[in-house]
Design a protein around this ligand. Structure first.
Ligand SMILES: Nc1ncnc2c1ncn2[C@@H]1O[C@H](COP(=O)(O)OP(=O)(O)OP(=O)(O)O)[C@@H](O)[C@H]1O
Length: 334
């Protein structure tokens, strides 16, 4: 078993990986019924060293299960998985020295100890050479603005401060890959921005590979160049963020302000009025078509005062993707 990377440039390799949970459900008073949950269903992808990848999907899609398999906490039921050439579930401890993990909803810090004491414990646990520990700590404290917080017990930190403390803890031993599970959950806008900027900086300076699960699509927009979408345990999209729009066959919206309240403006299909609110109307049209024809047509026939074009937001595109997969009509956003 070597530590070399398998295929060219691939740092994380996931090949036909599955995870099936055996679940027992109570049925009636005494009977229990066994059934299986296929949480991850034959997923394949590779991540190159230094890539920043977003991993998104609805609740229960299989994101956490994937991350747990990548860290070695869970053993796959099938398929092949390697991180830095290591099989995570077989050599979990050896891998732990090369990866960092941040769970937004839990802390890896010691609750009652001052922040700095957690770091000192990690220094020993990971056997980080002294000089490297001091250098990394100084850098992380500066970049994450932790200077005034080091002597504060973790339980007294705000959520944003604690999250920054957790991110520093995950990076003290210079991991080559950082898994982040909802790193901005519950943070205010300023803290979110700070965390995102920091992740970009660490990636630029150290080529740290980042895999990030989130429900906040701005995390993806601002941090990741690639996004993978998982739904019902299956990978349904893997590519550039911009490409998601095309997959979702998304629409743009022309917002027109008329001089007065009017009935819905008449526009050629597939464009259509999706909302009317007083003198303001919203006209959805295919994102691939220019707005000019529509604007001219409305301006010629209606008392147009003002207009703006709204780009499709990624949330709407993803909602549409899920809806299409589930065989329902896509939902329309205003
Ligand atoms: N230990 C377990 N035993 C049985 N079923 C499990 C276990 N862990 C996860 N599951 C099931 O596997 C599926 C995927 O769960 P997972 O936690 O990976 O989803 P997720 O995408 O991370 O969701 P969320 O966004 O809600 O965190 C769900 O149906 C879940 O109920």
């Amino acid at each position: 078993m070597g530590t070399t990377v398998g295929s060219e440039g691939a740092f994380i390799e996931v090949d036909g990986v599955e995870k099936v949970f055996d679940v027992r459900r109570r049925k009636g008073l005494l009977r229990r019924e066994r059934h299986q949950v296929r949480a991850v269903d034959s997923i394949s992808f590779t991540v190159a060293r230094g890539e920043m990848v977003g991993y998104i999907g609805p609740n229960g899609a299989g994101k956490s299960t994937t991350i747990k398999m990548l860290t070695g906490i869970l053993t796959p039921s099938g398929g092949r998985l390697r991180v830095a050439g290591i099989d995570p579930s077989r050599e979990r401890t050896r891998l732990a020295h090369r990866i960092g993990v941040v769970f937004g909803q839990r802390t890896t810090l010691w609750w009652d100890l001052p922040l700095i004491d957690s770091y000192k414990l990690m220094h020993r646990m990971y056997r980080i050479p002294d000089a490297r520990y001091r250098e990394n700590l100084a850098r992380l404290v500066e970049l994450l603005g932790l200077g005034d917080l080091l002597e504060v017990p973790v339980r007294q930190l705000s959520l944003g401060q604690r999250m920054r403390g957790d991110i520093a803890a995950a990076l003290l031993h210079d991991p080559e890959v950082l898994y982040l599970d909802e790193p901005t959950i519950g943070l205010d806008v300023v803290s979110k921005t700070r965390v995102r900027e920091f992740l970009r900086q660490v990636n630029a300076e150290r080529s740290t590979t980042v895999l990030l699960t989130t429900h906040d699509l701005q995390d993806i927009e601002q941090v990741c160049s690639r996004v993978m979408v998982i739904d019902h345990g299956r990978l349904v999209y893997d590519g550039a963020l911009a490409g998601l729009h095309e997959v979702g066959e998304s629409e743009r919206t022309l917002v027109v302000d008329l001089e007065r309240e009017c009935p819905p403006v008449e526009v050629p299909a597939p464009a259509r009025v999706v909302r009317v609110d007083g003198p303001r109307q919203w006209v959805a049209f295919p994102a691939s078509e220019p707005a000019a024809g529509l604007v001219t047509r409305i301006a010629e026939r209606y008392p147009l005062v003002d207009l703006s074009v709204r780009e499709p937001d990624i949330e709407a595109v993803i909602a549409q993707m899920y809806a299409e997969r589930a065989g329902r009509a896509p939902t329309q956003s205003s």
